[in-house]
Ligand binder design. Sequence first.
Ligand code: SAM
Ligand code: DTB
Ligand code: SF4
Length: 407
Amino acid sequence: MFAYRLTSRFVAASLARPVPPAVVRHDIRPYAAAAVGSEQPTWTRSTFPAPSSPNPATKLDASVYPRNANQVLRKAVAATTVRNDWTREEITAIYHEPLMELVYQASTVHRRFHNPADVQLCTLMNIKTGGCTEDCKYCAQSTRYQKGTGLEAKKTESVEAVLAAARAAKENGSTRFCMGAAWRDMRGRKSGLRNIAAMISGVRAMGMEVCVTLGMIDAAQARELKAAGLTAYNHNVDTSREFYPSVISTRTYDERLRTLGHVRDAGISVCSGGILGLGEKDEDRVGLLHTVSTLPAHPESFPVNALVPIKGTPLGNQKPIDFTDMLRTIAAARILMPATIVRIAAGRKTMPEEKQALCFMAGANAIFTGEKMLTTECNGYDEDKAMFERWGLEPMKSFEKSPKPAS
Ligand code: SAM
Ligand code: DTB
Ligand code: SF4
């Protein structure tokens, strides 16, 4: 009561008095105007004097952090169209902005391009578990680390089992169903592809968006998946081009980009993001953002995975990514790719709700929900429903952000 009286008296007093010029920058009105795209103040690192003892975690190489950082952020935030000509220097400047300001500006951009209450719910199913020949150092499903992980390879799931899981996901409010297979590519899997086409058309017939992640595919396979009704294809570049070879040796960065090209050419939405916490540096997270935000067209979806350390893999003892690095990556992605769905992917299970809320504030607008990710636990449907209730979030409608299918 007391607080209320104080506040209303303060509001009444400030409305009565004209705002003196000295406090104009604190006035909320320019920020509100920014939501419709006009000029606004931005508080950047260069707005403040250099700290007397720089924090080693945020110390920057002057050669990559441009002097005109303020203008870089200002221009990025004021943009009303999507850009794909970002330079690494520009992305570095945005990524290293004071975190509060970065989140605030990302949130502003988010509100210009999306309804901030809408969050897409996607459920994953591993349709082929384990037995993968690749050597991705983070992965539970590679045969190379099987002795340590103890994960047994399984047969591919049946179409019936997949459709039953999709139905359950839909009943729980998911609008996208994503099927993953633990293999390198689709070579020599003709009957496998026919089976997957049946899964795709069955899930589509339920009115859900369908995504698959099947490793590398060629142009003809992409067209076949499109013909079956596929909405999106997930294939992550994972990290920067420079850091990539320290994580995976059995396929190249360019091979990944070629698959993304086939997906795009077939008219399928691209879902491509990365993993944080592999031991990469800030410049690698900037490199990841640079790769995806300078593709000829931005991915429609950008998943941000935090490494889930799997015992027995080479990264099983990796220290967790700093949450602030994850938040910076999400916020920068929102500014660089304003129309893209930014997905909090792996690692959400261990994230307290308040951290998740900060990610949504910074522009994340999709999650995986359900019993399982691929081999690890996922935040359950009920837990996520309760969180949405508390924070005023709503499940995004089907095909809200993906091209509506013809039929
Ligand atoms: N085999 C296919 C491929 O690699 O393209 C599809 C499945 S793969 C598991 C999909 C993505 O999940 C990987 O590219 C990686 O970004 C993410 N991922 C896998 N294991 C992970 C882990 N332990 N922690 C976080 N993300 C992980
Ligand atoms: C993506 O970027 N992350 C999801 C989905 N796309 C396929 C997979 C995360 C896997 C997490 C580790 C596991 O469950 O094995
Ligand atoms: Fe195989 Fe995919 Fe795991 Fe790499 S991430 S080992 S390709 S299942």
